[in-house]
Design a protein around this ligand. Structure first.
Ligand code: DGL
Length: 266
C-alpha cells in the first residue's frame, strides 16, 4: 500500500545517541509525525575522524533513510552539518534541516561579553564556526572548547559519573575563569549532560542549545512543503543503530525515557 506523502516518516540521524536530544524536541513539537532515528553508534565519535569518513557515513545513512521513504531529513549532529551538509544538500531529493552551534543567540544574550562554546574538535575547526564567530564575535568574545571523551561518556550513558564530572570540570573551568556567563552546547550529545553542566556553572550562567530551534525549523519546512502529517493520532518512532543491538537498545531506551526496540542499520 502506498503511504500518502504527508504520512511518510521523518528521518533523523546522528553519529550516535546524541541526536535523541533533538528527537525529543521534535516529538514535543510534532506529536503526530512518524520518526525514524539512526544512531551510528558503531562508528561514534565522529568528532576526531577525517572529513571524508564523516561524509561517507552521512551519505550512507541518508541513502538508507531515503530508501525507507522519508519525506524530510534532520541532521541532528553539528559535526556532520559543518563537514558534509553542502554535499548532502547537493543531491538529496528531500528537504534537509541541519544544525550549528547556537553562537548567534548566545552572543545576543551574554551580559559579561564572554561566551563559551563546547563542541567536538571537527566542529570547532570548521570554517562555518569561524564564520559564525567572525560575524557575532564583534560584540562578544567567543571561547571555543573542544571536549574529547564526552561523546563516549554519553554513549555509555554515564551522564553523572565521576569521570564525566571531572571531564566537564576540566573543559568548563577555564571558560568560567575567563568570565563566560553563557555556555553553548555545540554537540547534541552534551544536551544529556545539561543537569551536571548546570551544577558546575551555577544558576547565573545560561546554557544554550539548538534542539528546539531545529524542531521549529522542521515544523516550518514541513508547512512550507505542505507535507505536515494530517493524522490526529500519535506518530511512531523507529530506531536503528550500527552498535551491537542489545547495547543499543539499553542505551536508547535509557535516553529516550522508555523501553524501545532497536533495529540493525543496513
Ligand atoms: N552529536 C554529535 C554532534 O552534535 C557528536 C559528534 C561525534 O560523534 O563526535 O556534533
Amino acid at each position: 500500500m502506498r503511504i500518502p506523502p504527508n504520512e511518510a516518516p521523518i528521518g533523523v540521524f546522528d553519529s550516535g545517541v546524541g541526536g535523541l536530544s533533538v528527537l525529543l524536541s521534535i516529538r514535543r513539537e510534532l506529536p503526530a509525525e512518524h520518526l525514524s532515528y539512526v544512531a551510528d553508534s558503531g562508528n561514534a565519535p565522529y568528532g576526531d575522524r577525517h572529513a571524508a569518513f564523516i561524509e561517507d557515513r552521512a551519505t550512507e545513512i541518508t541513502k538508507f533513510l531515503l530508501a525507507s521513504g522519508v519525506k524530510a531529513i534532520v541532521v541532528a549532529c553539528n559535526t556532520v552539518t559543518v563537514v558534509a551538509i553542502e554535499k548532502l544538500r547537493a543531491w538529496c531529493p528531500v528537504p534537509i534541516v541541519a544544525m550549528e552551534p547556537a553562537i548567534r543567540p548566545a552572543s545576543g544574550r551574554t551580559r559579561s561579553g564572554v561566551v563559551g562554546v563546547l563542541a567536538t574538535s571537527q566542529t570547532l575547526a570548521s570554517p562555518n564556526v569561524a564564520r559564525l564567530c567572525a560575524r557575532y564575535g564583534n560584540d562578544a568574545q567567543i571561547l571555543l572548547q573542544s571536549c574529547p571523551g564526552l561523546v563516549e561518556q554519553v554513549e555509555r550513558t554515564e551522564l553523572t559519573s565521576d569521570t564525566t564530572r571531572s571531564l566537564l570540570l576540566r573543559y568548563i573551568s577555564p571558560l568560567l575563569e575567563a568570565g563566560a556567563d553563557t555556555i553553548v552546547l555545540g554537540c547534541t550529545h552534551y544536551l544529556f549532560l545539561r543537569q551536571i553542566i548546570g551544577e558546575i556553572v551555577g544558576p547565573n550562567v545560561a546554557i544554550i542549545d539548538s534542539a528546539d530551534a531545529v524542531a521549529c525549523e522542521l515544523v516550518r519546512r514541513l508547512g512550507f512543503h505542505r507535507t505536515t502529517s494530517l493524522q490526529s493520532q500519535a506518530g511512531y518512532e523507529r530506531f536503528f543503530s550500527s552498535a551491537p543491538l542489545e547495547q543499543a537498545r539499553t542505551t536508547i531506551s535509557a535516553l529516550w525515557g522508555r523501553p524501545v526496540m532497536v533495529h540493525a542499520l543496513g
